[in-house]
Design a protein around this ligand. Structure first.
Ligand code: BGC
Length: 725
């Protein structure tokens, strides 16, 4: 942490003065967060019994609640929090989709817009970004994060924190920690992750959030290695505060403190409150336990008053840093209907275009050829604007949204192309009754754009899936469409990779659209019609079947690597061992070649930077963007190291025929791994280097690390080359 500045000293002084005036009850009041809704007691706001609130989403209510807080004895302003993940009124693509853009500039932009709109009506604090790494797409909340890679996750989490702040929102980085690895992919279930693996894989994005200045953290619901995260001193106090120097505050998740009783580590509310605050959780979101029990716990000597003081100090410090004591209250005349503005729409479209991943495109079925005279659009998700938002749609309105059907229609009108629409089935595809009209539309048209996938109810919190197939009768409908003999392009709307089975053989072109947001329809049309080449890359390995999960590219080697003709090697007897599409995968309408790779310096010491140059050429006839990816492997170390680890990437735009020399940089100090106590080691010896357009990239050489570097209790950092973009 940097040395305290004058301004920080002033804040500490003011916080101490204020704390000196507060009663125990008032201090505990600052640690209580309550939700708007039928259970809200307005008295709590006007009597200093609440320090923060959530779920106020319009300026009038926010102004009224703040006015109530101003009536309390010390007039301490409330902090207004809300789940703003990917937009407020203007919906940007879901975080997992946004991650597929591999573009921190766009992540910053999307978060900035979300924050600008939400802060306009008085929201001050978002419960985002979600920094939970997940290697298991059964877990519905994978959609709220960045996927399976710690480096990508670190870069994007930092970008999101910065973007939210720029747009006017403080962040609560969540869910600390290990929430993305529940057993069986079941939301809320327990997680077992060895500490070294926590440091190497699950914690780096959180650490990146601290370094980017995230003001607060949210504890996770899950138990980590048997200790619930909400009562886990190792996570909250040892790692976050002591090792990383975080001095903001930590809130529980919704009723997370009360749930310590369910976890079986507290007999009653008083014990739950005591355990949570002693572990380092400062604020109780909708548990009502701190406010009810902490004063008595202090008076009985079971919780030192200094612990409550420190928690209240962290909350007040954050409020002062955010300027809440000085800023005017929300202007009640502000309404979110001034959005989406044309600029916000343009930004949403720019982001959405880069999130679409072209998974396959046999026979160049896409883009829609200029010779086509008509197209059949089939599938309920083509005309489901609300589902385009994905979970946490905030104040997104269906009527503000360009559906995929609408986007195609508008673009087709300009091209003189006839569009026939037939949903084929209802949103959940419960029957095939409407198949005949879809087949008729297909037969009468030159090609089919099928829009299927996962309605929003099947994604997000509490939406774990044991079956990851296209639900209902979608697969049968797609097979019937393919059997018409018309070229079919499938656009998948959804929050996770889905099991595609035989469809990958039957359907030549597949485009993953995730939940693309308010401008999803225009963005999808931009890609389908070839106005823009797809440039998204998968932030998760796409499994062939659910039985392969968890599945991730950066896995460890085994003593029995897969050999096709040897049964006693790593494999399934009934399925391939590889994913259907690997991490980092995504096609374009053009082709990129990689030539002349060069490692600029072969022998490296601590503090130096591994630099790899490569020439990337657009060898096709269309403009496009490519994500140039660098992976490393430490082939011999004191502990098994992953077969590949993403260490740097850069997204570049190339005109047809254009070539660029790209230099990717990786600090030598980030080429190591952790031990259980948090010590970080970069070991002397060889590091292999791979560069290319996905995680199957070719090896381009090897460098030697000349000395072992040991850093106590620290974590991996994102490489400067990518963060600077
Ligand atoms: C979720 C959090 C969210 C909170 C408040 C919880 O159920 O786990 O991610 O921020 O609700 O809405």
């Amino acid at each position: 942490m940097a040395a305290p500045s004058r301004a920080q000293d002033d804040i500490e002084q003011k916080v101490n003065d204020l704390l000196g005036k507060m009663t125990l009850e008032e201090k505990v009041g600052q640690l209580n967060m309550v939700s708007n809704g039928p259970l809200l007691r307005w008295d709590d706001l006007s009597s200093g019994r609440a320090g923060a609130v959530l779920n106020f989403n319009n300026a009038q209510d926010i102004a009224r609640a703040q006015a109530a807080a101003r009536q309390s004895r010390l007039k301490i302003p409330l902090l207004f929090g809300l789940d703003i993940l990917h937009g407020f009124r203007t919906q940007f693509p879901l975080p997992l989709g946004e991650a597929a853009a591999f573009n921190p500039r766009l992540s910053r932009l999307a978060s900035e817009w979300a924050a600008r709109e939400a802060s306009y009506i008085g929201v001050q604090w978002t419960f985002a970004p979600m920094a939970d790494l997940s290697r298991d797409s059964r877990w519905g909340r994978i959609v709220e994060g960045f996927g399976e890679d710690p480096y990508l996750g670190s870069v994007l989490t930092a970008a999101r924190v910065e973007g939210f702040r720029k747009g006017g929102l403080a962040t609560a980085t969540k869910h600390f920690a290990g929430y993305g690895a529940p057993q069986g992919g079941r939301d809320y279930d327990t997680t077992y992750i060895p500490r070294a693996e926590m440091y190497d894989t699950y914690l780096p994005p959180f650490r990146a959030a601290v370094e980017a200045g995230s003001e607060s953290f949210m504890a996770a619901f899950n138990a980590l290695n048997g200790v619930p995260s909400t009562a886990n001193p190792w996570l909250q106090t040892e790692v976050l505060r002591r090792q990383w120097g975080f001095d903001g505050f930590i809130t529980s998740d919704w009723a997370g403190i009360k749930e310590l009783i369910g976890h079986g580590v507290a007999a009653d509310g008083a014990e739950a409150a005591r355990k949570a605050i002693l572990a380092g959780v400062d604020m109780d979101m909708m548990g009502d336990l701190y406010i009810r029990h902490l004063p008595d716990e202090v008076r009985a000597g079971r919780v030192p008053e200094s612990v409550v003081d420190e928690a209240a100090r962290r909350v007040l410090r954050t409020k002062m840093r955010l300027g809440l004591f000085d800023r005017p209250d929300a202007d009640p005349t502000h309404v979110d209907s001034v959005f989406p503005s044309p600029e916000a729409r343009a930004a949403a479209r720019d982001v959405a275009r880069e999130t679409l991943v072209l998974l396959q495109n046999r026979n160049d079925v896409l883009p829609i050829p200029a010779t086509a005279r008509s197209v059949a659009v089939v599938g309920p998700l083509a005309d489901a604007p609300q589902d385009q938002f994905g979970p946490h749609g905030a104040r997104g309105h269906a009527q503000d949204t360009v559906s995929i059907l609408e986007g195609i229609r508008r673009r087709a009108a300009g091209a003189g192309l006839q569009v026939r629409y037939a949903p084929g089935c209802d949103l959940f595809c419960r029957s095939q009754d409407r198949l005949p009209e879809a087949l008729e539309a297909a037969r009468a048209s030159d090609m089919v754009i099928a829009v299927f996938g996962e309605p929003v109810d099947l994604s997000g919190e509490a939406a774990s899936r044991a079956h990851m197939v296209l639900n209902g009768h979608q697969a049968e409908i797609l097979k019937a469409l393919a059997a018409t003999g018309k070229p079919v392009a499938l656009v998948i709307v959804g929050g996770r990779p889905l099991e595609l089975g035989k469809l990958t053989d039957l359907i030549p072109a597949i485009l993953m659209a995730w939940y693309p947001g308010s401008e999803g329809g225009t963005a999808v049309a931009d890609i389908l019609f070839g106005d823009v080449s797809p440039s998204g890359k998968l932030p998760v390995s796409w499994p062939r079947t659910v039985g392969q999960l968890p599945l991730y590219y950066n896995r460890l080697p085994t003593g029995r690597p897969t050999l096709e003709h040897n049964r006693f090697t790593l494999k399934y007897v009934d399925e391939a061992i590889t994913p259907l599409y690997p991490f980092g995968w995504g096609l374009s309408y053009t082709r990129f070649t990689y030539t002349d790779p060069a490692i600029l310096k072969q022998r490296l010491r601590a503090g130096e930077v591994l630099e790899v140059a490569v020439t990337v050429t657009n060898a096709g006839a269309r403009a496009g963007q490519e994500v140039v990816q660098l992976y490393t492997r430490d082939p011999i170390a004191s502990r098994s190291r992953p077969l590949r680890e993403l260490k740097a990437f850069e997204k570049i735009a190339l005109a047809p025929g254009e070539a660029k020399r790209v230099i990717l940089r990786v600090p030598v100090d980030s080429l190591g791994f952790h031990q259980d106590d948090g010590t970080y080691r970069v070991e002397e010896g060889a590091i292999q280097v791979f560069v290319g357009g996905n995680s199957l990239a070719e090896q381009v050489g090897e460098v030697s690390i000349l000395e072992t570097i040991i850093r106590p209790g620290s974590g991996q950092r994102a490489s400067a080359s990518t963060l600077a973009q």
